[in-house]
Every structure is written in C-alpha cells, then in structure tokens.
Design a protein around this ligand. Structure first.
Ligand code: UDP
Length: 481
C-alpha cells in the first residue's frame, strides 16, 4: 500500500484551521479529507484536546499540528476545548480561547509556510497572515450558500427589530421569515463576512444542485466573490465505523445502534436531534416526549447531556420525561443521552424522517441520506435553512417554530406544543400523496448528492478546478520569487 504521507512534487501543502465547535470542526475536517484523497499534503491545526477527538477516526488521512488550549488564560476548566450545550458564558470563553490561538499559529506558519490556508471565518486575523505569507486563503463559514445570501440581504437591510415577520429583500424567491434575528447575531457575523469576502474564495459544504444555479449566480453577482461547492463532505466516510466515529465519542456503539435499527421496518423510525449547541428547557423536552409518544411512531431521540452542578441529581436529570416514559416506550423508542452517531443513523433504511433544528450540517447530512425533514429552527441561520428545505426544495415540512433565539440562550417561554408536534410527525411519517411527493424528492436529492462527489459530479469537478487554480497560483508565485 502507498504511504499516505509521501507526496508528489506537484502536491499542495494546505493548512486547515477549524473553529472550536462541532458544527464547524466536523465538516471542515471532512473537507480536508477531500483534498487529501486527491494526494495533497493536508495539516489540521487545532488544540491538543480536539486533536485527540480527531485522532480516533481520521488521523491517518492527514497530519495534525497541535497547540495547547489556553484554559488558564480564559478561565475554563481543563478538558473543555469545544463549544457544547452549556450556558452561553462557557461558549464565549471558548471563543476567547480560539482567538488566542493566533500567536502560536502565526509562529508555526511563518516557520513552515503552506501553499494555501483554509480557515474558518471566525479567524479574521488569518487574512493578514495569508497576505504576509503571499498565499491564497479560502474561507469556510459552515452555511449553505442560500443562507449566506440571505444573511447578506440582512446586512444590507439591518433595521428589522421586533417585526412579526419580514421578507428577505432582493432575493430570487419570495421568502417570509417569522420573527426577526437578534441584533447581536448579524452585528457579530457582519464583521466576519467582510473579511470573508477578501478571501480567494468561499468553500461550501453543499452541492450545486441544492443551492441551485439561481443562488450561485445571485451570490456571484451581488458579491463578485467565488463560492466553491465541494460537498456533501460527510459522504467521504464510507464504512459504518467511519460514519459512527464522526465528531465526539458516541455514547452508543455502532453495533448497538445498528442492532436496534435493524429490528425496525423501513421508514418507521423518526430521528430527533437538535445538533451540538441547542439547549432546550425541560418543559420543551417534556412537550416533545408527549408529542412523539402520542404520534405512536418509533423514534431515536438524542438529548444532549447537560453538564454542571445544577444538573447533578438524577431526579433533576429526568424531570423532562413524563413518568415511566422510557419503560412504556422500551420497544418503540431509543433515547440517546449524549453524543449520537448521527450520520450512521440517518443512513439506515429504517429512518423515515428527521426532526431537526436545521443546522446546516444536519440538513446536508439528511439530504445526502435522502431523508425528509421536519424543521424546527432555533437560532443562527437555521430559519433560512428551513425555507430552503421546505419552500424552495420541498423536502420537508415545518413544525411551526416561531422564536429566533440567541445561540446558547433561550429567549422565551413560548413552546412548541405536544399537539403541534404529534400532528406534524403523523403528517410526515404516515402515507398520503403529499408525503409521497416529499419522500420522492428527498430520495432524488440523496441520489444527486452521491453523484455530486463521484468522479464527473459537480462537487468533484469543482474540487478539481479549485486544485488547478491553487496549483496555478503556487507555480505563478515561484516564477516571481
Ligand atoms: N452531531 C452528531 N451527534 C450528535 C449531535 C451532533 O454526530 O449527537 C453532529 C451532526 O452530525 C453534525 C454536527 O454534529 O455534523 C452538528 O452540526 P449542525 O450544523 O447540524 O448543528 P450545530 O451543532 O452547529 O448547531
């Protein structure tokens, strides 16, 4: 077998700097794998703890350069190096720590300059570094291009506070959003967006067919910037084990999960997960439990483990479940308390629908698996992703979530009620003309996703073109130096 770390002279040396949140780290590392699968010399730069998480699944595909996490400097306990379902203050400290990586990363890169840097858009300082090293920088923000365009419209029209709803201005489709985004959200992102637009291009973990030609053109026309659709990157993981090993260490084994799923008929199980950051209050979890039980359908429900002193007693932990819920639903349902092997689950034939918060990764993973969605956006750009899923591509239906929360904090007492949940679960899990059409479209997109990353597919060709561009820049640079 060829040594994976022996490279041809023409191969590029590319550094990837993922942000310290699962929804950023996981897709960017899968994208890094797409580059290494073409024979390029890929290095992930991350903190020691995050490197350990990456190590168990993907370390043989690239090098990892580690940097100590500045726990003391930001006042975080040892072992917390990534954003998770905790109160907002902890996430802010992780952000603060991520910004402190600037010094050691600059030092490393100045001593070992790459041919190209791919950095999360949170690291705005990489722009100066890339300029100093005279190497191209590619930006990654983890959004669909559709949502990036919607965000651009928001920056251009920022006076949206406290409206019941608003229409996305100057947009290819007529999209109305209930509720308005928290002001802090777009102020925070706008800064990064400005730097992102100075990059050589934007890498998108999607394939052209989902964002559609109209949004690709709209993006290029309104920004003059180039977006490279290279995904869905999760499809680089072929075996069950590779799918199961994605992200944090799962609390259920691949074997346990598959044994349970294999015992269920096709399309009979609803998968429920709200990503790595959503923090639902107990009373909302209680409504979900009542709603899914009343629907009568099988389910896998991922409930992140809440950490911290206030959640330590067992009694407190189970307050969100109706009495004897687990006992009554032993055969029908599985509750995963902690990290679940999401991509493995979504790709099982027993999964009939996905109740999702519309985080972009979850969305594109469901699309890749051909699974229709029940959309329940919570924060960030998720309200835009919902519209792409339901109104633009017709591969899901809305639960009716109306409150745009801040990431990491719950804004309101307004809950999505059990009846609403039961109704929408029945609508998508049971037979009918409407569902058949949605299911058919979702299945078609699943097929297109797999074609996109195969030789000759749209994302495959985009990656080839991007690599050719980067090679040209490298050769051009060496001619002038
Ligand atoms: N994820 C997972 N298991 C979990 C929770 C999340 O594998 O129990 C993965 C999921 O597959 C996705 C990522 O974590 O790749 C979450 O990203 P997304 O954009 O969907 O949501 P975020 O966590 O950023 O809100």
């Amino acid at each position: 077998m060829a040594d994976p770390f022996v490279f041809e002279e023409s191969s590029l040396k590319i550094y990837f700097i993922p942000y310290l949140a699962s929804g950023h780290m996981i897709p960017l590392c899968d994208i890094a794998r797409l580059f290494s699968s073409r024979g390029h010399h890929v290095t992930i730069i991350t903190t020691v703890g995050n490197a350990q998480t990456l190590q168990h699944s993907i370390s043989n595909h690239f090098h990892i350069h580690t940097i100590p996490f500045p726990s003391q400097e930001v006042g975080l306990p040892h072992g917390i190096e990534i954003m998770s379902v905790t109160e907002n203050s902890q996430s802010l400290k992780v952000y603060e720590a991520a910004m402190l990586l600037k010094g050691p990363i600059e030092l490393f890169m100045e001593e070992n300059p790459p041919d190209c840097i791919v950095a999360d858009f949170f690291y705005t300082w990489v722009d100066d570094l890339a300029n100093k090293l005279h190497v191209p920088r590619l930006a990654f923000n983890g959004f669909s291009l559709f949502s990036a365009c919607a965000l651009d419209s928001l920056y251009a029209n920022p006076n949206l506070e406290n409206l019941d709803n608003f229409v996305i201005k100057d947009f290819p489709h007529l999209i109305t959003i209930k509720d308005t985004p928290p002001k802090e959200f777009h102020i925070f992102l706008e800064q990064m967006r400005k730097t992102e637009l100075k990059s050589y291009g934007l890498i998108v973990n999607n394939f052209a067919e989902v964002d559609g030609e109209e949004y690709i053109k709209h993006y290029e026309k309104t920004t003059g910037h180039r977006a490279w659709h290279l995904g869905p990157a999760s499809l680089i993981r072929k075996s069950d084990q590779e799918k199961g090993d994605r992200g944090q260490k799962s609390v259920v084994s691949v074997h346990e999960c598959l044994t349970w799923l294999n015992s269920k008929p096709p399309n009979s199980v609803l998968y429920i997960c709200f990503g790595s950051l959503c923090h639902f209050p107990d009373k909302q979890l209680y409504e979900i439990a009542c709603g899914i039980e009343a629907s009568g359908h099988g389910f896998i429900w991922v409930v992140p483990e809440k950490k911290g002193k206030e959640h330590e007693s067992d009694k407190e932990k189970e307050k969100w479940l109706p009495k004897d819920f687990e006992e009554r639903n032993k055969m029908k349902g599985m509750i995963i308390k902690g990290w679940a092997p999401q991509v493995l689950i979504l790709n099982h034939h027993s999964i009939g629908a996905f109740l999702t918060h519309c985080g972009w990764n979850s969305t594109i993973e469901a699309i890749s698996a051909g699974v229709p969605m029940i959309t329940w956006p919570v924060h960030s750009e998720q309200f835009y992703n919902e519209k792409l899923i339901t109104q633009v591509r017709g591969i899901g239906i809305e639960v009716g979530a109306e409150v745009w929360n801040n990431c990491g904090s719950w804004k309101t007492d307004k809950l999505v009620g059990r009846d609403q949940i039961e109704k929408v679960v029945r609508r998508l899990m049971e037979d009918g003309d409407e569902v058949e059409q949605i299911r058919k479209r979702a299945h078609e997109f699943g097929k297109k996703a797999r074609q996109a990353i195969q030789q000759g597919g749209s994302s495959y060709n985009n990656l080839t073109a991007l690599i050719d561009n980067l090679r040209y820049l490298k050769d051009h640079k060496s001619l002038h130096s």
